[in-house]
Design a protein around this ligand. Structure first.
Ligand code: GLA
Length: 387
């Protein structure tokens, strides 16, 4: 992996990189739109990664090139604050530059920092709800943390990535994706309490049970900087305020009947999704511990129904992917990520993957939808230095 990006770096910058770092995308097993409500999530890092080659410079300039855009960007780090404030940091460069800026807000002296050349490559599909943006942010964050000798821990780097996304990219997203990308552990999911940022490693044991997680990318693209994601977050915050709690995390299933009498129908259903989804995350962690992965199918199904009917973030392509996967042997299936497009996941016996894939492709063609992209994923390690 590193040999390829090293030679791309040489072609772009006519020098050898100092090192290569990488960070994965993620699948969320369960716990959707719970992170910004101070709740629980259970994502895992996947075997699709963003790789960053970095070279140190003798000046204060940051230069960026990537394999997914012809655009190259060059900026003096001392000017980054003004560029961000002036809205001049846009497009894909907002992710890596946003991370450099957020490090400056936190700990790094950007005006005094050594400049860097970065080359970014990625095999995390963009717009599929698999956190291609968090993979870029996390890979750049670990690389800059190391070469600028900042010594920040992984939870702080996750906050840095989130800050970049919120303040520079302009998407009001939570802490889940960067946490999964930075804290992921092979063959395990990361159980994260988004209020305390405490984590527990939850073994998935998929392969020993002849099970796999299949991603069904509908190729319906979404953006969380506009529209539905922002609206859902605002409804959750309005619901918490009306119910007199700091965050929806502070409500349990027993509080729902009281909430129903106090909220309008739409806000109530948004609240009910978050409250029941938090409970499903806890049940999934318990079920994985006591019954293994075969025991969580109905929780995945219930999560999808809640997102479709209460939170209203699914689309027909995701609903079709989920129902066809279930009808063809999946133990459970749900959309994953922020919604309004992107991917579904199906938990299925390895022996059924081909049948499920063929049935989904046929069903999409029959419905007149664009062909989906299907691939199994395995739980992988988080961000790391490659060489
Ligand atoms: C996106 C956001 C996350 C999270 C999910 C929904 O992936 O980046 O913070 O809110 O949507 O669970």
């Amino acid at each position: 992996m590193s040999a390829g990006i090293r030679s791309l770096f040489r072609a772009a910058y006519r020098a050898d990189p100092l090192g290569v770092w990488s960070a994965p995308g993620r699948v969320n097993l369960i716990g959707e739109h719970t992170d910004y409500n101070d709740g629980f999530v259970l994502p895992f890092a996947i075997d699709r990664r963003t790789t960053v080659a970095l070279g140190l410079r003798d000046d204060n300039v940051i230069r960026l090139a990537s394999t997914f855009s012809d655009e190259t960007v060059s900026l003096t780090l001392a000017d980054l604050d003004a560029a961000v404030a002036g809205g001049r940091v846009t497009g894909w460069a907002a992710y890596p530059l946003g991370v450099a800026w957020a490090l400056g807000q936190l700990d790094a002296d950007l005006a005094g920092a050594r400049g860097v050349d970065l080359l970014i490559d990625s095999d995390v599909p963009v717009g599929a709800g698999l956190s291609s943006s968090a993979a870029i942010e996390s890979a750049v964050a670990v690389a800059l943390d190391e070469v600028w000798a900042l010594g920040l821990d992984r939870r702080t780097l996750a906050r840095v990535g989130q800050h970049a996304e919120n303040a520079v990219v302009g998407a009001p997203t939570g802490i889940m994706d960067q946490s999964a990308s930075l804290l992921g552990i092979r063959d395990a999911a990361v159980f994260l309490d988004c209020r305390t940022l405490e984590t527990r490693t939850i073994p998935l044991d998929l392969a020993p049970n002849d099970l796999a997680v299949l991603v069904i990318d509908t190729r319906v693209h979404h953006s969380h900087a506009t529209g539905g994601y922002r609206d859902r977050r605002a409804s959750c915050e309005a619901g918490a305020a009306a119910l007199g709690v700091p965050a929806l995390r502070d409500l349990g299933v027993d509080d729902l009947s009281r909430a129903e009498g106090m909220l309008d129908d739409v806000t109530f259903r948004r609240v009910r999704h978050v409250v029941t989804e938090n409970a499903r995350v806890l049940s999934t962690v318990d079920a994985l511990g006591s019954g293994g992965p075969a025991a969580i199918g109905s929780l995945l199904d219930a999560s999808h129904v809640s997102m479709r009917d209460d939170f209203e973030i699914s689309v027909p392509e995701l609903d079709l992917a989920v129902s066809v996967a279930r009808e063809n042997g999946a133990l459970g299936a749900r959309m994953t990520g922020g919604g309004f497009g992107g991917a579904a996941i199906a938990l299925a016996p390895v022996a059924e993957l081909e049948r499920i894939g063929a049935a989904v492709v046929d069903a999409f063609a029959g419905a007149g939808f664009a062909a989906p992209e299907l691939f199994p994923v395995t739980a992988s390690d988080g961000a790391r230095r490659e060489d």
